[in-house]
Design a protein around this ligand. Structure first.
Ligand SMILES: [Zn+2]
Length: 185
């Protein structure tokens, strides 16, 4: 997808724009015992304080702590892949904790959740789950076929049929949405 990072100074008003292209969106989990994907998007698109040393008001207010940033998406791709950032850095280098909170995700994703989105709604196509911790684990996957039936995939084992309720209960690590008509609920 194609987007941009807007930066502005809250004192002198100086602005700058950085354009980016990403194959997936990396979403940070907001605070709360149980969080929704909508809240993850709200956090992603909200203004945040800028901590980039290269992005400062050199000529005007001569400060480094005056700027804030926000993200915007200008082109939403036909297949939208979301990465939920579950690895939390610790005081020890290269040691990460895993964020285990459940993220409630919708099976349909549209303009009610995605800002400046005007296309056909996305339908959930796949959920990738990571079991384990930062130093070792195992990936499994739920995926919907073209007949809207869900299947659970685990390495070389024969895929098993599963229900949308099974999918909804998954501890999602990555979510894949496809912009295509679907009757999946
Ligand atoms: Zn400034």
């Amino acid at each position: 997808m194609r987007g941009r990072t807007e930066s502005e100074c809250t004192i002198c008003g100086q602005t700058s724009t950085t354009f980016w292209i990403e194959s997936l969106l990396h979403l940070t989990l907001p605070p709360g015992r149980q969080v929704s994907l909508q809240a993850c998007f709200a956090k992603y698109f909200a203004w945040r304080s800028a901590d980039d040393r290269n992005d400062k008001c050199q000529d005007r207010c001569q400060r480094q702590d005056c700027r804030r940033k926000c993200e915007a998406v200008d082109f939403w791709p036909p297949t939208l892949t979301l990465h939920l950032k579950r690895w939390l850095p610790t005081a020890i280098p290269y040691v990460f904790l895993k964020e285990r909170r459940i993220v409630d995700f919708p099976f349909r994703l549209g303009a009610d959740i995605l800002p400046n989105y005007s296309g056909a709604p996305y339908s959930l196509r796949s959920v990738i789950v990571h079991d384990g911790h930062a130093c070792g684990g195992h990936y499994t996957c739920y995926a919907r076929d073209t007949s809207d039936r869900w299947h659970f995939y685990d390495d070389a084992k024969t895929p098993t049929a599963c229900s949308p309720q099974d999918v909804a209960a998954a501890e999602a690590y990555m979510l894949v949405y496809a912009r295509a008509p679907s009757t999946a609920s």
